[in-house]
Structure formats: C-alpha cells, structure tokens
Design a protein around this ligand. Structure first.
Ligand code: PEP
Ligand code: MN
Length: 305
C-alpha cells in the first residue's frame, strides 16, 4: 500500500531512483519469493550461524532453527573479517555444507558473496545472495548480482544514508534483477555500548519512499545477546518484513561473533514472543484499516506481518 506522507525537501526527492522508489512501481510493494517464503508479505525469520564451521555445526543448528519456526537458514562461507588473521570461512566446502543443510531441513539458504568473480557459481548453492555492509557500495559486485536470477539481500553500509543505500539497490534493479531485500544492520555512531546503533527509524522511512521489503539484523545491529530479542520485537512493531538472527547450536564454541550468537533455546523463546506480537500487529493493522474505512480513507499503513 502506498504511503500518504512522503518526506519533503530536495534531499528526499530521490529523483534518480527510477526503480527503487515507490513512484517507480506505481505504489505497489515488492514481494520477493524464495521457495515458499514470501518476503514483503509474511514476517520472515532468517537464522543460523555467523559462519559455516563444519557439517555437524550447521546441521545441528539448522535443525534447531527449523524446529523453532525459522523460515530461512543463514551462514557465511566467505567471511569479510576485520582482521586478515581471523577465520575467513570455508568457501566452497561451506557452500556444500549449506546445500546439505538445505536438503535436510528444506530451509532456503542465505549466504554472502564478497567477490564479483564468485557470483555465478555461488548462485548454484545460494537461494539468496547476501551483500554485506562492507560491500554495499562495491558497484562491480552490485552490477554482477544484478545480472543473476537469485534474490539479493542488501545490507545497509555502516556509514550510509538511506539515499546512498537505495541508490545501491538501484544498481541491482537497473541490471534487471527485481528481487532486492534491504537489511538494516546498524550504523556507526559515537555509542560504544552496542556494537552498532540499530536504526529502526529506517524501517518506516524505507516504507515511505521505496517499495522494497526491509528486514532487520539485530545481531550485528547490537552485538549484545541481551538486546537482540527486544530489538527483534521492536523491528516487527516498526513494520519490518522480517529479522535475521545469528544462532549457534553451541555459542561458546562459535568461531565468529560468539558473543552475539543465540542458543537454540533462546531463539525458540524469542520466536514464541514474535508469534504473539505478530497476532497483535495483525489486529492493529485491521483496526487501522477499519478506522480508515470509517473515515472513508484508504489505509496508509504498510506493515506486513
Ligand atoms: C553477516 O551477516 O554475516 C555479516 C558479516 O554482517 P554485516 O555485513 O552486516 O557485518
Ligand atoms: Mn556475524
């Protein structure tokens, strides 16, 4: 549904966004289909480890994600790490493990691609190609994923404005790939208590100016285990189309981002709360629609839960 209130002023006319803006699609919202999952329609939970470490680790974790009601499996085979000496991922071996986990659980796989030369063959294993925060403005990579027929999860650059982010989505759309999912993952601010500052105000902002679905990653967005659940609930309340959560079957053993990895039990508890909130959100949306009908107006709320 089209929003009635658009931000005013030159900065937000977004004139170059021929395809990513609401105008470009005549007010229709994009729904990205991944197997039986519909991103932009249902509230979608993508979960799994930061990185694929072994077959045992991924399969154990994937089973727990599935059991708790997760919709897609995440796991990095190529890890863009801050230090060159940290675990860089298993590469092709990791992709093959992801393929096995998909066979085992039926969960579609989301995995990051970091090099334009890898795009075509990573597509053989991935259901959704992730572009990480550090590569949001890697235009060669964006053009490459724009040429393939797999959906792209485009994370927000950690120093990027909404306009810069949407222009990067435009690069992908302009190459002919219409299936772009945005992912807010926190931005750098002066705050150091959290790993990043999760900018939930970007969720309704995206809904005001773009037809693309947006999900939220509170794992990287906060870097603090205790804050992931409340921010996931807040993301749903803000109108996000889903969340992406790091889960490890044994967090203390994780090779990557162990401090922000949820245990399967913690994840299952959060999923139960999301379900409760999801029902409340449906009621709120119905109520809003009802009020608007009474007032003889079309609903402007675009919460897809
Ligand atoms: C990730 O999701 O694995 C990741 C590296 O996230 P980001 O690019 O947001 O740091
Ligand atoms: Mn991580």
């Amino acid at each position: 549904m089209r929003s009635k209130t658009k931000p005013k002023g030159d900065d937000y006319t977004m004139t170059n966004l021929k395809l990513a803006s609401l105008n470009g699609e005549r007010g229709q919202r994009t729904v990205v289909t991944v197997g039986s999952v519909r991103v932009g329609e249902d509230f979608v939970v993508i979960a799994g480890p930061c990185s694929v470490e072994s077959e045992e680790q991924l399969i154990k974790t994937a089973r727990k994600v599935k059991e708790a009601g997760g919709n897609m499996l995440r796991g990095g085979a190529f890890k863009p790490r801050t230090s060159p000496y940290d675990f860089q991922g298993l590469g092709l071996k990791g992709l093959k493990i992801l393929e096995k986990a998909k066979k085992e659980t039926g969960l579609p796989v989301v995995t990051e691609v970091i090099d334009p030369r890898d795009v075509s063959w990573v597509c053989e294993y991935a259901d959704v190609l992730q572009i990480g925060t550090r590569n949001m403005q890697n235009y060669t990579l964006l053009k490459e994923v724009g040429k393939v027929d797999k959906p792209v999860l485009l994370k927000r650059g950690m120093y990027s404005t909404l306009k810069e982010w949407l222009n990067c989505a435009e690069y992908i759309l302009a190459e002919g790939n219409p299936n772009v999912i945005l992912c807010e993952r926190g931005i750098r601010t002066f705050e150091t208590y959290t790993r990043n500052t999760l900018d939930l105000s970007i969720v309704p902002s995206v809904k005001e100016v773009s037809h693309l679905p947006i999900i939220v990653d509170p794992s990287h967005g906060t870097g603090r285990l205790s804050i992931i659940e409340p921010m996931s609930l807040a993301a749903m309340a803000a109108g996000a189309d889903g969340v992406m959560i790091e889960v490890h079957h044994n967090p203390s053993e994780a090779l990557c981002d162990k401090d922000q990895a949820m245990s399967p039990d913690m994840f299952a508890g959060m999923m139960r709360k999301l379900e409760v909130l999801g029902s409340c959100m449906k009621e709120i949306n119905n109520e809003t629609g009802h009020q608007d009908r009474i007032a003889g107006k079309k609903s402007s709320i675009a919460l897809n839960v």
